[in-house]
Write a protein that binds this ligand. Structure first.
Ligand code: HEC
Ligand code: HEC
Length: 321
């Protein structure tokens, strides 16, 4: 009787170990999904390079993450001469448990990657060597980029000044590896209606990360969906302080409901070419004011129209919390 019970328990334990083992193998060895780089030869035209520069700089933030940033200036604009060189570290200082370093995406860094491999890195999050990148590089939203926009960005990257720089010290914890592997998904490009400001606004607000940064989240970074655009998400800056995002929902008292379209546009344009020492503003931010100042008025108006069409969220926040 007792023997039978012990055998049963042993059997259950063996099964449990096997199940955990199988899950482990599945998540750490079988995933990430094996997505082949597409056969691709992106023609470099002046139109694509210009559009790619605009998207990579003013809209999607590629260049502020993939350059050295000057954290002594408000909004930490890129250090001149480092465009695309990478080297920004994401580690304990900004709340990342491992170490990630933004890559050199100038021709000296990814010049030997095929267009298909660069495409796959941007939209699927796979390195040329097949391992998954960590989604601080926001490929989990870039999978929705319009295909022509990705081609424009690739054309632009090919024209960057080559800068020799290599980085070592990348380190991922098991949990980070799990998260990275599970985010590798097939491309799912959106169809944007260029004549509809709401459609263009939604595309930019979601893929540029406005929604992510301006929605509060729990400690596992899951956003509170009923608080969309309500602000108050805390984020660390390398010096160690925490800055909290603003409420950009149309709530008139705690959000931007009282801002006119002209005021919204002016607020962004005020930072064009600005290099304001943090000692003057009294706080540092993660909102890339100098890059977003380069958004066209039409695109800012589309972003404004989309934000104003969202439900108001009452949530009083200031950059200090
Ligand atoms: C929030 C910061 C951030 C933004 C925005 C960002 N990246 Fe990245 N990117 C990174 C980091 C960090 C890595 C390295 C990730 C890793 O090692 O897992 C990376 C990796 C890459 C790689 C892989 C290169 C290599 O050698 O590993 C490419 C290509 C790339 N990014 C291109 C882009 C493009 C194009 C955009 C804009 C559409 C962009 N990135 C936006 C942070 C960012
Ligand atoms: C990396 C995170 C991040 C991203 C991405 C981001 N923001 Fe912000 N934003 C912040 C933080 C933090 C603040 C508060 C500190 C400050 O004013 O700079 C802020 C401030 C603002 C403000 C000022 C509001 C006020 O009441 O003064 C507006 C407007 C704004 N963001 C809109 C946007 C839009 C639109 C986008 C997308 C194009 C965007 N943000 C992308 C982090 C972000």
């Amino acid at each position: 009787m007792l023997k039978g019970l012990l055998k049963l328990i042993a059997g259950v334990v063996v099964l449990a170990v096997l199940a955990v083992g199988a899950l482990y193998v599945y998540y750490f060895m079988i995933l990430p999904r094996d997505i082949a780089p597409p056969e691709l030869a992106v023609e470099i035209t002046p139109e694509r390079v210009a559009r790619g520069e605009y998207l990579a700089t003013a809209v999607f933030g590629c260049m502020y993450c993939h350059s050295e940033r000057d954290w002594s200036l408000f909004g930490a604009p890129p250090v001149p001469g480092t465009l695309g060189k990478g080297g920004e570290r994401f580690d304990k200082r900004v709340g990342v448990s491992g170490v990630l370093i933004s890559a050199n995406i100038t021709p000296a860094g990814i010049g030997d990657w095929s267009d298909g491999e660069v495409y796959r890195a941007i939209v699927n999050g796979l390195h040329k060597d097949g391992y998954s990148l960590f989604p601080i590089m926001p490929f989990d939203v870039y999978l929705h980029l319009e295909t022509e926009d990705v081609y424009s960005i690739i054309a632009y990257l090919r024209t960057l000044e080559p800068i020799e720089a290599e980085y070592s010290g990348r380190r991922m914890t098991r949990l980070m590896q799990f998260i990275a592997n599970s985010r590798v998904l097939p491309a799912d490009p959106w169809q944007v209606d260029q004549d509809d400001p709401l459609s263009r606004g939604e595309y930019m607000v979601i893929i540029a990360g406005c929604r992510f940064c301006h929605t509060p989240a729990n400690e596992r970074m899951q956003p509170y969906e009923d608080m969309r655009f309500g602000g108050g998400l805390g984020m660390r800056i390398p010096a160690g302080d925490t800055v909290y995002s603003a409420n950009i929902s149309p709530d008139p008292d705690t959000g931007i409901g009282n801002w006119t379209e002209a005021e919204f546009i002016a607020r962004f344009k005020a930072y064009a070419g600005a290099r304001i020492p943090v000692t003057e503003t009294g706080f540092q931010t993660q909102h890339a004011w100098s890059e977003y100042a380069q958004l066209t008025e039409a695109d800012l108006a589309a972003i404004y129209a989309y934000l104003m069409a969202q439900p108001p969220v009452s949530n009083a926040v200031s950059p200090a919390g």
